[in-house]
Design a protein around this ligand. Structure first.
Ligand code: GLN
Length: 491
């Protein structure tokens, strides 16, 4: 039987790993099958900025040789796409921006390196909102990404290329980054599983910085089980990232075997108020009932400062971005304008031409809130409210093991629907941003459909509780098949 007739694209990561180790197909066959799918479908989705055909085929041959020699890591031969925010040696890293249109990094991000060392095969780099600023993948310099469930709609953002690619079965797994929801919200809007680990769990080295105190790397996959497999490889201390935490990495795959019995699930009172689409609310409530049917204990909890999380984030994140993005000046990094008259002209035009509108809006806001005279009123105040939000979670976790609710207020919205109104776009992250402000891990798992569009259930845990979070998500996925649904045109 040929590789293509086995529908390799339909299989999730864990199943592919088993097939490879049994010798049912080779890494080369698998890679070729997926590259052919990307070739066929990327035109309609725009999920990839770069497809690394030659590198992937060479890596697949090496993986097969390693396997034949009895070598190779836990991910040997398994395909992955990296969000184009992760530096990849000798391969373009654009961050969705004209600023880095031609940037080729001389080194690999730690995440990229660890996954490659374990044998994963990079098929390419995924499209994203420019510098990860956005919730729809429409701010990309390379054009918007389309949602495979309805190509008139957004796959969420900023990791929308990753979510669309996994949802359309172009690749079984993708990396992403999450500063305010950019892994979980696109996962929710595409019917995929998205894990944002605890701040410091995964190294940020080589991940282009947006807001350093909030950014965290994670994965978008077809299931919690697949996410567990990848997290075990990515997580852990890295001396090149001073905020990475030196703490043992549990066996996340072994941890999946736990049970929901007795797990205290906090349902946030504020989550089910006016902003939430009623059909999404119904899907989430049904998911909560499934958890309860397996012995989980539902309790109401309060996050009284939830409504302050979006305004707080839109002070802290722009402040940090205005500082991080100062390095893109046409001299040290990034696009350089032609024929500058003098140094000031070089800076102004390089940045003016290199950055898009949303990035400029954030740099201006950030510069403003950090400026003398406004610092206390905005930045300092935001840091204080951030502490209150963290305290809210701490209090909630005194009584519950996990907090559950919706990932996003609505299913996927139409492309262009929110681009003229940044504030409505910002509000899409109302349920996810709190976890970033508090540094907590979160996961979104598919929990139903509204008018044919996927809905996500959001689970948040205490710091470093990835193991129990993945276990809850996995147990839920053992009882439901929402995560196995595939958009009609991509079966
Ligand atoms: N949508 C949020 C923003 O625009 C979050 C982005 C992210 O998590 N990278 O900033």
């Amino acid at each position: 039987m040929s590789a293509s007739s086995r529908d390799l694209h339909a299989q999730p990561l864990t199943q592919l790993a088993a097939g490879l180790s049994r010798g049912d197909f080779s890494a080369l066959e698998l890679t070729q099958a997926l590259l052919a799918r990307i070739e066929r479908h990327n035109g309609s989705l725009n999920a990839f900025v770069t497809v690394t055909v030659d590198e992937a085929l060479a890596a697949a041959k090496r993986a097969d040789a390693d396997r034949a020699a009895g070598k190779g890591g836990v991910l040997n031969g398994l395909p992955i796409v990296h969000k184009d925010i992760f530096c990849t040696r000798d391969v373009l890293t654009t961050c969705g921006s004209r600023m880095l249109e031609n940037f080729v990094s001389p080194y690999d991000a730690t995440v990229v390196e660890r996954l490659a060392d374990a044998g994963a095969i990079m098929l390419g780099k995924s499209n994203m909102d420019e510098f990860a600023m956005g919730s729809s993948s429409e701010t990309s310099y390379f054009g918007p990404v389309r949602n495979p469930w309805d190509t008139e709609r957004s796959p969420g953002g900023s990791s929308g290329g990753s979510s669309a690619a996994v949802a359309a079965r172009l690749v079984p797994a993708a990396t992403g980054t999450d500063t305010g929801g950019s892994i979980r919200q696109p996962a929710a809007l595409t019917g995929t599983t998205g894990l944002k680990p605890t701040y410091g769990r995964v190294s940020r080295y080589g991940m282009i910085a947006f807001a350093s105190s909030l950014d965290q790397a994670g994965v978008i996959t077809r299931s919690a089980g697949d996410a567990a497999l990848l997290l075990g490889v990515m997580a852990g201390f890295d001396e090149r990232d001073s905020t990475s935490v030196d703490r043992p990495v549990p066996d996340y795959v072994a941890g999946l075997a736990g049970s929901l019995k007795g797990v205290r699930v906090g349902v946030v009172r504020q989550h089910f108020d006016a902003g939430l689409d009623e059909h999404c609310a119904a899907a989430v409530r049904e998911a909560l009932a499934v958890l309860e049917s397996q012995g989980a204990i539902l309790t109401e909890v309060d996050l009284p400062n939830l409504d302050l999380s979006v305004p707080t984030y839109y002070v802290v994140a722009p402040a940090e971005c205005s500082s991080n993005l100062s390095r893109f000046d046409g001299v040290r990094f990034g696009h350089r304008a032609d024929d500058p008259e003098d140094l000031m002209d070089l800076y102004c035009r390089s940045r003016g031409e290199g950055f898009g509108a949303e990035v400029k809006r954030r740099i201006m806001t950030g510069t403003y809130v950090l400026s003398a005279g406004y610092y206390d009123a905005y930045y300092l105040k935001a840091q204080q409210v951030r502490q209150l939000i963290s305290d809210d979670f701490r209090h909630a976790f005194a009584d519950v093991d996990v907090i559950a609710g919706p990932t996003a207020p609505t299913p996927a919205f139409k492309l262009g629907d929110k681009t003229d109104d940044p504030v409505t776009m910002y509000l899409n992250d109302i349920y996810t941003i709190g976890a970033n402000l508090a540094g907590l891990p979160g996961i979104s798992v598919p929990c139903g459909f509204v008018d044919g569009l996927p809905v996500g259930l959001h689970l948040v845990g205490p710091h470093f509780a990835e193991e129990s979070l993945l276990c809850c998500a996995h147990q839920y996925q053992q009882l439901t098949d929402w995560h196995e649904q595939c958009p009609g045109d991509y079966r």
